[in-house]
Design a protein around this ligand. Sequence first.
Ligand code: FNR
Length: 348
Amino acid sequence: MNEKINLRSQRKNEHVRHALDQPSQTAMSDFENIRFVHQSIPSVDMEDIDLSTRIGPFEVSRPLYINAMTGGSEWTREINRKLAEVAQATGLPMAVGSMHAALKHPELSNSFTIVRDRHPDGIVFANVGADVSLEGAKRAVEMLRADALQIHINAPQELIMPEGDRNFKSWRANIENIVEHAGVPVIVKEVGFGMSSETLQILKDIGVKHADVSGRGGTNFASIENIRREKADMAYMSDWGLSTPISLLEAQPFLEDMDILASGGIKTPLDAMKCLALGAKAIGMSRLMLEQVEHHGIEAAIEHVEQFHHQMCKISIMINAQNIEEISSRPIVLSPEIISWQRQRSLD
Ligand code: FNR
């Protein structure tokens, strides 16, 4: 294996290792700053609850998906295999991690294609960065026979990495071109820094129909990129970004025209329900699923997903809502801190 491939594989492994070791970021997730209003006399039974949803053109029976993480090394191939088996057993869509490694070094492609092998009829998302060429984006989709393409936008991560990208001006036109010509639905996603209304406006203007706000409060790439090197230049940036609930508030003006997906710091079914209440169409989970397959195994991970969905249904009854649409119209109460953000951002 040549040195470049070795370095890439090593970076992929380090991301996984540090994500698994990262202390919980719950305090930065803002989920505790949003509360449902309990309803004592529900008018629905458990069997009435239907949390089916649409992610772009895809009808899914559960509003959950396994979000982008990895691929590009032996270890991460194995992780992708396990995640794909969980996706297959539970019917969840699954995204792979950034496929640039496989685009540059085809010998690494089987660490991604294993996902299609193990999730043959399921919904699979390819994943590339915003600087990928149109031809590269199309190859990534073909490699997986992917149903949709995720484009990740990760400027803080690139900037904190000494070897990271420094050129961002071309992203907007490049994403626009890929959305127009990719031939599959394109989901633009953050990687844990959240999205502002300004970002969403740009995405809307260039024709993006699906955005995953992926907010602060879960996996924290500002911290991971600092921990990965001996001299942590920008360690003070660890609370950078918008939390997932704040991102969803920023997204309110766009709910009509775009599918807004939520990820970043989802730990409990209650967190997921709060995202649905704020208008998200579906909820992506990365770190939680990684932890499940790596620390508890495939069977436990499958059971975790089943229980997660089941408990979302129970909470739905507690707020007297039968489906996603009703959940999104149920009252929520925001903390003064969140209201202050809303006021200053003129979102109320
Ligand atoms: C990620 N994430 C990510 N996202 C992406 O679009 N392409 C990628 O290659 C990766 N790589 C990656 C590696 C690892 C180990 C993790 C844990 C995550 C980001 C991911 O999709 C998600 O946006 C964030 O992790 C926030 O969600 P969680 O982890 O808080 O559920």
